[in-house]
Design a protein around this ligand. Structure first.
Ligand code: FDA
Length: 452
């Protein structure tokens, strides 16, 4: 067991932790980053599976994500646009696939009117929400006390409209059943991306990818830290007092003046805090949980759907895979589709054998793209639920009522312990952009404390 001393110990080498460490270094502070896994990046993981480069975790960059866009540029990385030429596909309640262009699904004129009207209402509500302080809105308590599903159903009896409106923040973002989180949590998700309309606009929210993979962001940031990143070092104990911290991991002990917990909040309880964290944190952290989604990758010898004039963009609240996209890598002759299976549907699928699961998922993709979708040359399911150091996907959110009760305390330091993670962000919430913002925020607070 080696022992070292630094100004700041950072626990977690994801986008938040590696950003914070670099910011602190720039301000002249010494750092040590302790990472549980044998790799840097956390929920960013670009790997080669059966010869295909896959983005197992996060990958897309949208135009509002300034913090990520600046970092990508500063690291000298290139981006490219998601393929989007041609028609999108929507599968309706009777299982019929219809082609469409633009953002509105091909539903009846009446359902379209209802969706447009409620979207306008939502955009107006979202415009009043400060993503960094949603709990400060005068209706926060009321909006946090009703589930997203119940609120939508109180607006209309049109089931198809409700399902289509619900899934933008439900299956597609928070990846939890829509009865389990509040209207306020849903508004925060939308406000963090600028508006509700942004979330339903795939061309906006899933705009660009990074050539060579998004994991390069934390990898290059970690490279700058050299020997100050320690892999295979799950932190087991964090002793703290007003004067500093001692973090004890598998093979190393770090003494420092400050700590940054740069890990998903659902994992804080894997660390023994000595003394224990205050009661407020104990309570608050029990009201935060991870969503769950399976990201499915299917690689084909060519992007066959393009030959049919399809963009690859596909949606249906009635399908196992509620959304799917062309995810072909930059410069790749092969074609890749990515599909998503969320919350309870994902739970159900994991009760099946791997073979049955694959068959059911590919069957669902074939409803969008035709029978050829059933025969990929490479098939892979990203299963973050079974990853010990993540435990779900994409990120964590409050249960019903938790956001206005605890939100204001989420990022408040406890003595020398600071918190940074995409799951605590306002702007960029649940995204890499939010992780970078939170890394900068925690680092800035420590820099200011140090200078005071
Ligand atoms: P992150 O969880 O990445 O890092 C925390 C680190 O702490 C991990 O490396 C973990 O191993 C480590 N750790 C945990 N406990 C520890 C302990 N006790 N000791 C030491 N280390 C410990 N975002 C986006 O912008 N665009 C997208 O397209 C997507 N898509 C997407 C798909 C999938 C499948 C996933 C899972 C996620 C996304 N996301 C995304 C979300 C995005 O990937 C995510 O928000 C950020 O990468 C989170 O970065 P953080 O650094 O905050 O946490």
């Amino acid at each position: 067991m080696s022992e070292i001393t630094r100004d700041v110990v950072i626990i977690g080498a994801g986008a938040a932790g590696t950003t914070a460490a670099n910011e602190l270094r720039k301000a002249g502070l010494s750092v040590a980053v302790l990472e549980a896994r044998d790799r840097v990046g956390g929920r960013l993981w670009t790997d080669v599976i059966d010869g295909a480069m896959l983005e197992i975790g996060g990958q897309w960059v949208s135009p509002d994500q300034d913090a990520l866009i600046d970092t990508v540029a500063e690291l000298g990385l290139e981006t490219y646009s998601r393929y989007r030429e041609g028609d999108s596909v929507y599968v309706g309640p009777d299982g019929t696939a219809s082609r469409f262009t633009g953002e509105m699904f091909p539903v009846s004129a009446e359902t379209e009117r209802v969706i447009a009207e409620i979207t306008e209402r939502l955009d107006a509500m979202v415009a009043e929400i400060d993503p960094d302080r949603p709990w400060a809105h005068e209706n926060a308590a009321e909006w946090d006390s009703i589930s997203w599903d119940a609120w939508l159903r109180s607006q209309t009896d049109d089931d198809e409209a409700v399902r289509n409106l619900a899934f933008a923040t439900g299956s597609a973002m928070l990846t939890k059943p829509t009865h389990s989180f509040s209207l306020l949590q849903s508004l925060l998700m939308a406000a963090s991306a600028g508006s509700y309309s942004h979330l339903v606009d795939a061309d906006f929210i899933l705009d660009k990818r990074v050539v060579g993979g998004l994991q390069q962001v934390p990898l290059l940031l970690a490279e700058r830290l050299g020997d100050d990143v320690f892999l295979n070092q799950p932190v087991r104990t964090l002793e703290w007092s007003t004067t500093g911290v001692t973090a004890t991991a598998e093979g190393i002990t770090v003494r420092a003046r400050h700590a940054i917990l740069a890990l998903a909040p659902v994992l804080y309880n894997r660390i023994s805090f000595v003394p224990a964290l205050p009661r407020l944190q104990h309570q608050m952290h029990q009201h935060i949980s991870m969503g769950f989604v399976i990201k499915v990758h299917a690689v084909y010898d060519r992007p066959f759907w393009r030959e049919q004039g399809l963009s690859g963009t596909a949606f249906s609240p009635y399908e196992l895979s509620h959304e799917a996209y062309d995810n072909t890598n930059h410069g790749d002759e092969r074609g890749t589709l990515v599909g998503f299976v969320s919350d309870r549907t994902a739970d159900d699928l994991f009760r099946l054998s791997a073979e049955e699961r694959k068959e059911r998922i590919l069957e669902s993709l074939s409803h969008y793209y035709g029978p050829e979708a059933k025969n990929p040359v490479v098939y892979y399911e990203s299963d973050w639920g079974s990853e010990e150091w993540t435990r779900g996907a994409y990120a964590a959110s409050f249960d019903l009522g938790g956001l206005h009760r605890y939100g204001a305390d989420l990022r408040t330091p406890v003595g020398p312990i600071h918190f940074a993670c995409s799951d605590l962000a306002g702007a960029g919430y649940q995204h890499v952009d939010g992780a970078i913002r939170m890394g900068r925020f925690a680092a800035q607070n420590i820099i200011e404390e140090t200078r005071a």
